[in-house]
Design a protein around this ligand. Structure first.
Ligand SMILES: [Mn+2]
Length: 341
């Protein structure tokens, strides 16, 4: 049976497809600290737009992750947001495409650079308070933004290339935690079936993402584990990334991928938290829920957000004040849900 775009999103998919096909020079961007979904979706769209004869550039608010560079067909398509070239490209562009977020604060400094452009948003997060305007394809039922990118290209009848398929595969692989989260639906697997059918090799992709960690990641994890705490009475577990060690091993946010799954995975935990100090002195928090608590709501109470089971927020430091404040809020959230249940 051939693939069919889910009917509830077909109209929006076609609207966005038309906007992308009409563009001549497009700028792609995603949220701060791009993950596999943001980077994979950008790489796939850039390859497809270029195959259609559209100039496409990737300009992100933070450095494009090294670990996902292999997804980008030509390395010079990625341009640093701080460069004058990036400004020139934005000035000459006729479309901005924002993927894997639809919120103004999440695209950081790129917002200023694309504010004069018509904008397309392709995202699977719940809509927040600072929504980016323009044409949009937003669908929380998509397992990853990469699933929506797939549908756009499907509705355009391709063309398909290995870079497009691998970008989509990596987007879905990473956002579903290797096909193990609740979002790894039948629809998600139907899309994956399409890209594997065209030649993507799952084992090779898995190896690129999960089998090539740098040793500094584990050195850092060793030190972070020393801070691991578990509150069985309130179902909250948390861990702190030590700033001095983070700097000492010259880590990047990529090295922290999956750290929050350590507190989350402890028996009796409803909410897992990871704390780290940013260079600006703020405290970045990752929230994970095992299902009882909506951590999107919890993160929003700290002006952050994300998904029901995975969210983030940034609060002011110092760490010694931020940790008890956030842990207490998490305890209260768990207690509140237990009372209802
Ligand atoms: Mn995503």
């Amino acid at each position: 049976m051939s693939y069919r775009t889910p009917s509830h999103r077909a109209a929006a998919v076609n609207q966005v497809r038309n906007a992308l096909l009409a563009a001549r020079k497009a700028v792609l961007t995603t949220h701060l600290n791009a993950d596999g979904d943001g980077a994979g979706s950008e790489a796939a769209l850039a390859a497809w737009l270029r195959a259609n004869g559209t100039e496409a550039w990737i300009i992100n608010p933070t450095t494009f992750p090294d670990s996902f560079r292999f997804l980008v067909e030509q390395q010079d398509w990625v341009v640093s947001a701080g460069s004058s070239r990036a400004r020139d490209l934005c000035d000459a562009a006729d479309l901005a495409i924002v993927v894997d977020t639809g919120e103004v604060p999440r695209i950081g400094r790129v917002q200023q650079m694309i504010r004069h452009l018509p904008t397309v948003v392709i995202d699977h997060h719940p809509i927040g308070d600072h929504s980016i305007g323009g044409t949009s394809l937003r669908d929380v039922s998509a397992c990853a933004t990469g699933e929506l990118v797939h549908d756009i290209i499907h509705e355009a009848n391709g063309p398909w290339t290995s870079y497009i398929d691998e970008g989509i595969y990596i987007a879905i692989l990473t956002d579903t935690g290797g096909f193990r989260f609740e979002n790894a639906t039948a629809g998600c697997h139907r899309v994956v079936s399409e890209v594997i059918g065209r030649g993507v090799e799952p084992e090779a992709m898995h190896e690129r993402v999960f089998g090539s960690a740098r040793i500094r990641r584990y050195h850092l994890m060793q030190h972070a584990l020393a801070s691991l705490e578990h509150d069985p009475a309130h179902g909250v577990s948390w861990m702190i990334v030590p700033k001095d060690r983070y700097e000492e091993v010259e880590a990047s946010s990529e090295d922290l991928e999956g750290f929050v799954d350590i507190p989350r995975s402890i028996e009796g935990t409803e909410v897992g938290l990871l704390f780290r100090l940013t260079t600006s002195g703020d405290v970045k928090i990752s929230f994970r829920s095992n299902g009882l608590v909506d951590v999107n709501l919890l993160a929003r109470s700290f002006k952050g957000g994300g998904h029901v089971k995975a969210s983030g927020a940034l609060v002011s430091g110092p760490m010694e004040e931020a940790v008890p404040r956030v842990v207490d809020a998490a305890r209260a959230a768990v207690d509140g849900m237990r009372t209802i249940a």
